[in-house]
Design a binder for this molecule. Structure first.
Ligand SMILES: *[C@@H]1O[C@H](CO)[C@@H](O)[C@H](O)[C@H]1NC(C)=O
Ligand SMILES: *[C@@H]1O[C@H](CO)[C@@H](O)[C@H](O)[C@H]1NC(C)=O
Ligand SMILES: *[C@@H]1O[C@H](CO)[C@@H](O)[C@H](O)[C@H]1NC(C)=O
Ligand SMILES: *[C@@H]1O[C@H](CO)[C@@H](O)[C@H](O)[C@H]1NC(C)=O
Ligand SMILES: *[C@@H]1O[C@H](CO)[C@@H](O)[C@H](O)[C@H]1NC(C)=O
Length: 440
């Protein structure tokens, strides 16, 4: 066996020696190139193995083994969910699992809330901060040291008007944001509109709605006998909503139409699902958002759309960016007596009413799981261009809530007189100087 191998090798050598010198050079060159290729390959394989596992193996207390994925050869990206002793929860999960669960395009990411799992929190590619953790006034326990390319990411799905950010340490602190607001780096709305091809068309800051011809042949599959319904899930006193619906009720009566209130304080349904089937009987469904925050459009409208009721909407949202035209009535600027007249006219004219449903032959609307934002975060961390750009939200507090912070921020957490003073300094500093003069 050995002998025959040796003989063959020699045979090849003699054979090449016998070849004309030109061909011999080519053959040698070929071998040389192959050898270089092999060496490079082994080197690269070793390098990618090293980098792939280096951050995994370096971990102090835990080990994250990332499953093989298409982009496995690029370095895994690490995300730290910042927690404090007051806020220890990690609702997202640990490791690569959350990204697999969301069926992300990029899967070479892992998330953890264990700060020391990469020895130092400064070794993470991104640090994620939940609003509930940073909204406390003063007593902030936020990291101040950061490494050069690390991204600090703010995340919240809570309405900004109800959760203004007061602490001025938050200005010039975050590099990226993840929220329902359309001007976030990562936008996760509560609902989205798709065209028939399945492309997401809205919400978007600049939507082009296709020309929807009114389609008289569109038939609503349920017979409707009643005018307006409202379902109140949470028993929270929403004075403006109650006042508005009482007024609307009053003016509808003048047209011999009724508005029924279900849920808390109204007609009882055993479950929310039972209410759904009742709402099918109504032409309209009132969606009065709990908060008037910018871009804050919750999945409440789905209650209407799913039951073939036309939503009458009131919120702080520019609906042209969110919902197909003629799929809702924006009552934000309409007085209840005018609204009652519109409702009456629409119910008496079926072709007008059906027009409010013709969007259904061009679009579909569905709810969004906001954890999809994890996929976008992983994608951004893989985006070399975005990673090298250094950016920061200089006036983060204004970006989040552009009402008056002076009116909304109370020094609730202040423990000493100087802390109280610093509150006054902090909030007046941002304004024009004559306001500052009042306190100094
Ligand atoms: C990796 O894949 C294995 C087998 O498919 C699975 O059991 C395991 O849960 C996966 N790990 C992660 C972190 O998803
Ligand atoms: C953020 O905080 C809110 C309120 O405490 C909580 O419901 C939510 O699950 C948290 N989200 C993340 C990603 O930590
Ligand atoms: C109108 O809608 C119906 C039901 O969706 C559909 O079958 C029909 O093609 C539509 N007609 C036009 C002109 O779009
Ligand atoms: C993140 O923001 C901080 C604070 O403004 C800034 O110093 C840093 O350069 C930014 N880093 C990146 C990677 O964008
Ligand atoms: C508030 O401002 C005054 C005057 O500018 C200054 O003397 C004082 O030290 C400041 N207090 C705090 C707590 O920053």
């Amino acid at each position: 066996m050995k002998h025959s191998l040796l003989c063959c090798f020699l045979e090849i050598l003699t054979y090449t020696a016998m070849l004309p010198s030109k061909i011999r050079t080519v053959t040698r060159l070929f071998f040389l190139i192959s050898l270089t290729g092999l060496v490079t390959y082994v080197g690269l394989a070793f390098y990618s193995f090293q980098t792939t596992f280096s951050s995994v193996m370096e971990t102090g207390t835990s080990v994250y083994i990332l499953n093989k994925t298409e982009n496995f050869n690029s370095r895994p990206k690490s995300i730290l969910l910042w927690t404090t002793s007051d806020h220890t929860e990690n609702p997202i999960g640990e490791g690569q699992e959350p990204f697999i669960k969301q069926n992300c395009l990029f899967l070479n990411c892992f998330i953890t809330s264990k700060k020391n799992s990469l020895k130092d929190y400064k070794n993470f590619d991104a640090v994620l901060f939940n609003l509930s953790l940073v909204k406390v006034w003063r007593k902030l326990n936020l990291p101040q040291d950061r490494s050069y390319n690390q991204k600090y990411v703010f995340h919240s799905m809570l309405p900004s008007n109800e959760n203004p950010m007061c602490n001025n340490d938050l200005d010039n602190y975050f590099n990226w944001t993840w929220s329902y607001k359309l001007y976030s780096d990562i936008v996760t709305p509560f609902i989205e509109v798709l065209d028939l091809a399945g492309n997401i068309v809205a919400p978007n800051t600049d939507v082009e709605w296709s020309n929807m011809k009114s389609n008289d042949s569109f038939m609503i599959p349920v017979k409707k006998s009643k005018a307006v319904a409202l379902y109140i899930k949470k028993c929270q006193p929403m004075l403006r909503r109650m006042a508005y619906s009482k007024e609307l009720q009053y003016f509808l009566k003048e047209h011999h139409l009724e508005m029924d209130i279900f849920g808390c304080g109204g007609i009882k349904c055993p479950t929310a699902e039972d209410c759904r089937s009742i709402i099918e009987n109504y032409h309209f469904y009132l969606v009065y958002e709990e908060s008037m925050s910018e871009d804050y459009l919750t999945n409440e409208v789905m209650y209407a759309y799913d039951n073939f009721a036309v939503p009458i909407v009131i919120s702080g949202v520019d609906y042209t960016k969110f919902l197909p035209p003629v799929s809702y009535i924006d009552a934000g600027a309409i007085h209840p007596d005018k609204l009652a007249a519109i409702i009456d006219y629409t119910i008496r004219n079926p072709s007008t009413y059906n027009g409010y449903h013709s969007w259904r032959s061009s679009y579909s609307i569905r709810e969004v799981n906001h954890l999809r934002g994890l996929c976008d975060l992983c994608r951004l961390l893989n985006n070399g261009g975005r990673m090298v750009v250094h950016s920061t939200y200089e006036t983060f507090r204004k970006w989040w809530f552009y009402g008056s912070l002076r009116e909304r921020c109370y020094p609730k957490g202040a423990e000493t007189f100087s802390e109280l003073l610093s509150y006054i300094n902090v909030t007046s500093k941002k304004k024009n100087s004559n306001i500052k003069g009042r306190y100094t």
